[in-house]
Design a protein around this ligand. Structure first.
Ligand code: ZN
Ligand code: ZN
Length: 608
């Protein structure tokens, strides 16, 4: 999962709008949008639960009218023909919208709401404050040229079967008319960009052109009448020119910035980072506190890993004397163990076979109730989506509950022998199981099924990413604690390596964006000190330059869930049951862990 959608972000090719797309709300019935009720003080709107629901829906519908691309990304395809132009006037409207609704939701009397609605209200307020921050302080529209990309909605409209093909092609024809104006606005909006985001935007241009080509290809073999085909072709040609023009402009700008040394730094700096962290993570702790916790967690992991490596030394290294350096020692044991992996042609098959094993384990050990009516479908990632992650859950947006949820796994077919071997060693016998725990059961997939049981459109759209990632990371540890993997030192060592990745993500993100860590130091932290492959370390270095804060969500969510579990154990004493804790925790939907902690601490009055 990547960063959450911001009011100015356009979906990128291959980069999903994470929470929106990864959550579905089965059977959610939406009331029709209510127009003309925007007068009257907010307090009177929120007299009871009904009024709050109505207010939330009014806001969300207003948001879709302002951000049709976002609407399409979450499955509201009636907005497909409408394109917005990312100019100053649009940002002005976005800011007015956010401030207007912020004032209205600030006027809601939280005491009159149910617990579930109070957390919804918290999410709405946070989302609106984050929007104002993004537009007024973060101002990414001035420095990130890769925000401007028309491919996401085009790709979704072309490849989602929400309506007959000719109708979708007509929607595309309408959308495409504004592409030249879109890129003119992009140029006018940019101030001084970073080199890294400029390079990214240039590198993404061929992907945008490929989507445009695909539109034409699909149109040619469709039943669209000739005259309409001609119009579509003209608009695709004009769009191609606009994309090419934007790319050429950025290439020139990049050369100028490199020559002058005037580019903006990709590093966010402490002030912006702290605020963004507060909005995006919604932790009970500050960014600096979470960073300090990660440093301590890293030390504890390395100590445990050294102990396990001592245990495994002779069996993996024979008579070779142990190196004095613990990083060296651990690294050698991990390298040797990583040789155990599936054959490349069995990669998908093995993942498919493990899912029912994980389900059986959860049930046999009474860890969580699983819904047998919602089996997970493992499939090979559709070809047009490949190229990002190796495996991941793909769920329909909240407005497409009829669509299936898949566990997409990209087969290793396309890789060279060396790259396939490197991936297989990375996803070796043990790590592959941990990956399935994280992505599927009891990780992301199970959490999703639970979230759907307490449908909240607000939490599906503006839910907390640190809770979602934190749960998946927590699930890994919880499974091993229950004895999964036979408590073998091999499994624990590999788990520690995997967990060290989450911990290192937090250390890296804070160090780079706030403390000014340089590339060489970062690569050493990742590859030598966290036992990652060269390729993985390079990819992570690239990601930390292009994103901020999101990399901290895994560890911050995980560590807060661990703290919460301990607090519940203390509070309940002998009445504490792990299964109850899990089910209650998941019952609140995608709320921040800090909000869930507050709800759990209330006297038991049944579930919300
Ligand atoms: Zn091998
Ligand atoms: Zn995840």
């Amino acid at each position: 999962m990547q960063a959450r959608p911001s009011p100015i972000r356009r979906p990128l090719v291959g980069a999903l709008l994470p929470l929106a797309l990864s959550l579905s709300l089965a059977g959610l019935a939406l009331p029709p949008a209510q127009a003309g009720t925007a007068t009257g003080p907010a307090t009177s709107q929120a007299r009871d639960a009904q009024a709050f629901e109505s207010l939330s829906h009014q806001y969300i519908e207003a948001l879709w009218r302002q951000e049709p691309e976002y609407a399409v990304a979450v499955g509201r395809y009636e907005f497909a023909p409408r394109a917005s132009i990312p100019d100053a006037a649009q940002r002005e409207r976005a800011q007015r919208l956010a401030r207007h609704w912020l004032a209205r939701f600030e006027g809601v009397d939280a005491a009159r709401l149910s617990a579930a609605q109070r957390t919804d209200l918290g999410q709405l307020l946070n989302k609106l404050r984050a929007d104002v921050f993004a537009l007024t302080e973060l101002r990414e529209h001035e420095w990130n040229p890769s925000l401007y990309n028309v491919a996401g909605p085009l790709d979704a409209i072309l490849n989602t079967d929400y309506a007959p093909l000719p109708q979708r092609l007509r929607a595309l024809t309408q959308r495409l008319a504004s592409v030249p104006a879109y890129y003119r606005a992009a140029r006018a909006s940019l101030g001084t960009p970073t080199l890294e985001h400029t390079e990214l935007a240039i590198a993404q241009a061929p992907g945008v052109l490929a989507v445009l080509d695909e539109v034409l290809k699909v149109a040619r073999s469709s039943s669209l009448p000739a005259a309409e085909q001609r119009l579509l072709r003209q608009r695709v040609d004009a769009a191609r020119q606009a994309v090419d023009g934007y790319r050429a402009h950025l290439q020139q700008r990049l050369a100028e910035l490199k020559a002058s040394g005037q580019a903006r730094s990709f590093r966010l700096g402490r002030s912006l980072y702290d605020t963004k962290f507060r909005h995006d993570i919604q932790s009970a702790h500050s960014a600096e506190q979470v960073y300090a916790k990660a440093l301590a967690a890293r030390e504890a992991l390395l100590a445990q890993m050294e102990q396990l490596s001592d245990q495994l030394w002779t069996q993996t290294q024979g008579d070779t004397p142990k190196p004095a350096d613990r990083i060296d020692k651990i690294g050698r044991v991990i390298a040797k163990l990583s040789e155990r992996h599936v054959r490349r042609e069995d990669f998908v098959k093995e993942i498919r076979a493990q899912i029912p094993e994980l389900e059986r384990w959860i049930m046999a050990h009474d860890l969580l109730t699983l819904d047998p009516a919602k089996p997970l479908v493992v499939r090979e990632t559709p070809v047009y989506q490949r190229g990002v992650a190796g495996a991941g859950i793909e769920a329909p947006g909240p407005y497409r509950p009829q669509d299936r949820t898949y566990y997409n796994v990209t087969p290793l077919d396309g890789l060279s022998e060396a790259d396939a071997e490197s991936s297989l060693r990375e996803y070796n016998h043990w790590i592959l199981q941990i990956l399935n725990i994280h992505e599927a059961i009891p990780g992301h997939y199970t959490q999703l099924v639970y979230a759907n049981k307490s449908p909240s459109l607000v939490k599906a759209l503006f839910g907390n990413g640190a809770m979602v990632e934190g749960w998946a990371v927590y699930g890994e540890r919880m499974m091993l604690e229950s004895g999964y993997g036979g408590n073998s030192p091999e499994m624990w060592l590999m788990y520690c390596k995997w967990n060290l990745r989450s911990v290192t993500n937090t250390i890296l993100d804070y160090s780079v964006h706030v403390l000014g860590m340089q590339e060489r130091e970062a690569l050493d932290l990742l590859s030598r000190q966290a036992f990652q492959t060269e390729r993985e370390a390079q990819e992570k270095w690239r990601r930390v330059q292009l994103t901020s804060v999101q990399l901290t969500s895994y560890f911050s969510g995980y560590s807060e869930i661990m703290e919460l579990r301990e607090a519940r154990r203390q509070a309940l004493g002998p009445a504490f049951r792990l299964k109850d804790f899990h089910e209650q925790f998941l019952s609140y939907g995608n709320a921040p862990v800090s909000a869930i902690a507050a709800l759990m601490a209330q006297p038991a009055t049944g579930k919300p």
